[in-house]
Design a protein around this ligand. Structure first.
Ligand SMILES: [Zn+2]
Length: 265
């Protein structure tokens, strides 16, 4: 081949790879997760996977950052770090996460939702409409929210206390207006590995605020669902992880940490 044809061949090859790689990753409808929720509950907060590497595994997702520093949201390929107090900024690609769940978002189904008065109401409405409760779903909802009660936990210093203790330091803020919910539904059998049921993070429409959703109300909106039937977990390669006692049932702790929305009397 002439130099020109070699160049042309390389250009075409790059184009093909560029087109095929993201599609190939998404075609598997795969959920990628770093570490386990029980390891996080036990206090394994040291970040071990960079956001640069996380982005190879998805363009949509949620988690936290090194030292349990706030909440991580991945949306449209952009990572956001929500610090305690609810302010979102863009973290460096070299930032590391101790726990994250990500996927390449490809809409399979849409779901039309009426007015939602609470997080419990949202979860019920989406769950009832799921084609099956035995697989994972990535769920994106762009809408208008009369309120979103969101939290973020301040960065911790080693030696780390368990999450159930640290969560008492969480800073809860309330947002009103347009924004996006980034969520996952996980089937009951992932207990110990991920959060069974729904897990939502929120970003305001200007992407300047957000957090882990504790409660919300929402005007009628469309939920976009991406069904995920493949699940990969990468476990941290550290002495800290290897020496954890992960034999107990942390279901009650998880409920207190992720889902506790104190009921108004
Ligand atoms: Zn969260």
């Amino acid at each position: 081949m002439s130099t020109t044809s070699v160049k042309r061949f390389i250009q075409v090859l790059c184009l093909c790879l560029g087109l095929l790689l993201p599609c190939g990753a998404a075609a598997g409808d795969a959920l990628f997760q770093f570490s386990t929720i029980d390891a996080l509950l036990a206090g394994l907060y040291d970040g071990r996977m960079t956001l640069e590497d996380i982005k190879y595994k998805g363009d949509f997702g949620l988690g936290t950052l090194d030292g349990l520093d706030g909440e991580l949201v991945l949306l449209d390929g952009q990572a956001y770090h929500v610090a305690a107090g609810g302010r979102a900024d863009i973290p460096a690609d070299s930032s590391k996460t101790p726990f994250a769940t990500v996927s390449f978002f490809e809409e399979d189904t849409i779901l039309t939702l009426g007015k939602i008065m609470s997080l419990e109401g949202l979860n019920q409405a989406v769950e009832q409409a799921l084609p099956t409760r035995n697989i994972f779903y990535a769920i994106r909802i762009d809408g208008r929210f009369p309120f979103v009660k969101a939290r973020a936990i301040p960065r911790q210093n080693a030696p780390y206390a368990p999450l159930a203790q640290v969560v008492k330091e969480q800073v809860v803020v309330q947002f009103t207006g347009q924004g996006t919910l980034v969520g996952y539904y996980s089937p009951p059998f992932v207990k110990g590995v991920n959060v069974p049921g729904f897990h939502w993070h929120f970003l305001t429409s200007d992407r300047k605020g957000g957090g882990h959703v504790l409660d919300c109300a929402m005007d009628p909106a469309t939920a976009r669902l991406d069904a995920l039937r493949s699940f990969t977990v990468r476990l941290p390669e550290t002495k800290g992880f290897d020496s954890l006692d992960l034999s107990g049932d942390k279901g009650a702790e998880l409920h207190a940490v992720e889902k506790d929305t104190p009921k108004k009397p």
